[in-house]
Design a protein around this ligand. Sequence first.
Ligand code: PMV
Length: 355
Amino acid sequence: MTEKNFIVPASEFNTQIAGSVNAKSPSNIALVKYWGKTSPQIPTNPSISYTLTQSFTETQLNFAPKKAEFSNISVRLNGEEQPNFVPKIQQFFDRIHAYAPYLQDFDFEIITSNSFPHSSGIASSASGMSALAKCLLLLEEKMLFFVENPLQRASFMARLGSGSACRSLYPGLVAWGKSSFLPQSSDLFAVPVDTKIHPIFTQFEDTILLIHEGSKSVSSTVGHQLMNGHPYAAKRFDEAKQNIGKLLEILQNGDLESFGNLCEHEALSLHAVMLMSKPPYILMMPNTIAVINKIWEFRKETNLPLFFTLDAGANIHLLYPTNEKEKIRDYIEKELLTYCQNGKAIYDFVNFENL
Ligand code: PMV
């Protein structure tokens, strides 16, 4: 598949319709991280994520033939008009123009809400952009345009909105980026990981400790850019590529300890390249470090499989198998919630069901 396969001539679409479509899409958490990209949104290394359940975006897209020369876009989040979101949506629509030429013929009203608090520091771009891409596919159906593989097309479009969003189209374990370990993988869209997965990894918890609510000091966009010319970039990309192979092996053989070591190393490598960027930056907070040390202590004392990963932010994702939920939840509530800014966590878990 190449980009050309996704191009559709404007004549294929009847844009003289008005109506509304709705879609819901979850967030995802990367185990092997994507950090660094080339234009247009091509990842510098492959990544694998778990699709989540409780953290999602719901979007309604109202459309009508445009009334003026240029199409109008308005965005409402949780009931409030958000003019500052419009440039991001406009940039997304500009990027997918060749693939969705009908966009310029409509006025759009985007009404969206997240299941998680907007200020929680949880990135809404993965769930938000994938929900919007799903809406576009539904709009295409209303224009009687059908493709053989709508999820792949939605993933291709979502990627151009936000890289990690392309993985949110599929449940379970999802890969994005060409990898020699996954023959069906692509830089252009995500694919479900189709190897046999050990049952221990099919029921997994992700408790998100909200260490710091609010926006972060350096955005992901800037973070990706800082990987250009980064002195350690080549080493990082190489290691991530190898880690895909290692993770796939672990996912098959059910080795929890190696899983935890690999996920934690990936998370710390992501933050290490931030520390070594020029200019440097730190997204972890003192409580992020305190919790990491607590997790390592807890593991040493109890031998229970509680691991962590990090996004590009201060919050901690606690990873543990569902069959150990009782004991680990108890520890989280008694010992870890106190490190959260408002004592809050999101008890999410992996979704292997059809989305
Ligand atoms: O999709 P973006 O541009 O928000 O970047 C996401 C980067 C990480 O969340 C840190 C890693 C990943 O693979 O999701």
